[in-house]
Design a protein around this ligand. Structure first.
Ligand code: NAD
Length: 423
């Protein structure tokens, strides 16, 4: 069967990782895509990623610096993969649907709730697939956690606690836009992973009450020992990144309480301005015990501790608690052919490319079979809406209804962002 002809927009850090994801697909026997074309504002970045693609896939994609020019010059395309910074996600997805193409977009799906809604409507009008590349939930450990929760191993979920706190004073991965409110600041950029996982494990949210703050208003442009930093070496700096420091405009800290539609409650904290000991914690308490998530892409085991016990259930017994648990065929092939596992051992970069491969294969299968992708536009919007519910509540200093934010009825925080983006 002919391979799907794919073009990718965005050749920064994540753009490079997506090419490694395509290479991983090929390595594991999935002949799915030809990466026909790449586009980035900066030719040198696109050329670098094109050379990596050629080395890994045996075919050098054609390189463009203008997205529309690429679509015009590539009449044989089936789909585009949008991996630019978040500001362009909706614009490029809309152009793709206009051209009759399917589109996958990186998380966060869109810059605001309104941007996401436009993307959903355009995909539906064009009858094309819109798939959101949310990678964390596809980790085998998160699949197992979901199966354990579904099987009732900790009883009825009551309380979800998550905290991710770091004390950086520098610009995250030396990429300034992550600190800019109008371009999708930290609470959206990083928090949307937590939002997606929260919804995946706990179901719908009813209301949110949050406190938010911007502590580190000036951030230094310095390379730090950060995971994935090496994928950014070829990236071309923006003008604002040429100075020694940037002025941050997006909140770097958020602490939120949530009530779920199930009646459970939760708390989620994110901060990149909490100096000292970092924390990374994710625990769900149910009526019969607790489930501690190991952190996506770590491969560490899940800790299920049952009521009255001091130590967690052993790894072998854990799989016995979810007898129906099976990884899907694609995930299983990516992770060495096993269809169930309670841990895996691999350096971060390995699961990283595997999860990207899995989400891209899901996108392809949705195109070829006509089924929905796992993370549809509506689900991508849910995660964006939850992150914005936190920011909207922080702005209003009062609780907000999730459905009010999701339907764009509560949008004071997003209004200037929408205005700047012409939304
Ligand atoms: N899923 C994950 O784990 C994960 C991790 C990092 C980033 N991301 C997401 O991936 C996306 C890209 O992030 P990144 O870290 O690679 O950022 P980045 O700044 O390194 O890369 C963005 C690239 O897009 C290019 N670009 C911007 N506007 C463009 C335009 N109009 N036309 C063509 N190219 C354009 C830039 O030149 C840059 O090279 C973001 O949406 C981000 O949230 C996801």
């Amino acid at each position: 069967m002919a391979l799907l002809q794919l073009a990718q927009a965005g050749c920064g850090g994540m753009g490079l990782r997506h090419v490694y994801g395509l290479a991983e697909l090929r390595r594991c026997g999935f002949d799915t895509f030809d990466l026909a074309a790449l586009c980035d504002l900066h030719r040198s970045a696109a050329e670098h990623v094109a050379r990596e693609a050629e080395a890994a896939l045996g075919l050098k994609p054609r390189v463009y610096t203008d997205f529309k020019a690429m679509l015009d010059a590539e009449p044989g395309l089936d789909a585009v993969n949008v991996v630019t910074d978040t500001r362009m996600h909706h614009a490029f997805a809309l152009d793709a649907f206009d051209a009759g193409l399917h589109a996958a977009v990186e998380k966060p799906m869109g810059l605001t709730v309104r941007a996401c809604r436009k993307m959903i409507d355009a995909a539906s009008a064009a009858g094309r697939v819109l798939s959101v590349s949310e990678n964390y939930r596809r980790d085998p450990m998160n699949r197992l956690a979901k199966a354990l929760l579904r099987g009732g191993v900790v009883g009825e979920p009551r309380l979800a606690l998550s905290a991710a706190t770091y004390g950086g004073r520098g610009v995250r991965q030396v990429v300034a836009w992550r600190h800019m409110r109008d371009r999708g600041g930290l609470v959206l950029e990083y928090g949307v992973h937590a939002s997606d996982l929260t919804l995946y494990f706990m179901g719908g949210v009813e209301r949110v009450f949050a406190e938010t703050h911007l502590w580190e208003k000036t951030r230094a442009m310095q390379k730090a020992e950060q995971p994935m930093q090496r994928f950014y070496d070829h990236r071309v700096r923006e003008e604002v990144e040429e100075a020694g420091a940037i002025e941050a405009t997006a909140e770097d800290t958020a602490l939120a309480l949530m009530r779920f539609t199930s009646g459970a409650i939760g708390q989620t904290t994110y901060s990149d301005a909490a100096p000292g000991e970092p924390s990374d914690t994710d625990v769900i308490y149910g009526s019969e015990g607790s489930l501690r998530l190991p952190g996506s892409r770590t491969g560490r085991p899940i800790h299920v501790t049952l009521s009255g016990r001091r130590s967690p259930v052993g790894q072998k017994d854990l799989l016995g608690q979810a007898p129906d648990f099976r990884l899907d065929e694609v995930t299983s092939k990516m992770f060495g052919g096993r269809d169930k596992m309670s841990s895996y051992d691999a350096a971060l970069e390995q699961p990283d490319r595997k999860l990207i491969a899995i989400e891209l294969q899901d996108f392809a299968d949705a195109i070829l079979s006509g089924r929905r992708p796992e993370v549809t536009g509506e689900e991508g919007l849910d995660a964006v809406a939850l992150s914005y519910a936190i920011l909207e509540s922080g702005r209003l200093a009062q609780p907000v209804g999730f459905s009010d934010v999701r339907s764009d009825r509560v949008s004071a925080y997003q209004q200037p962002i929408n205005a700047a983006a012409g939304l």
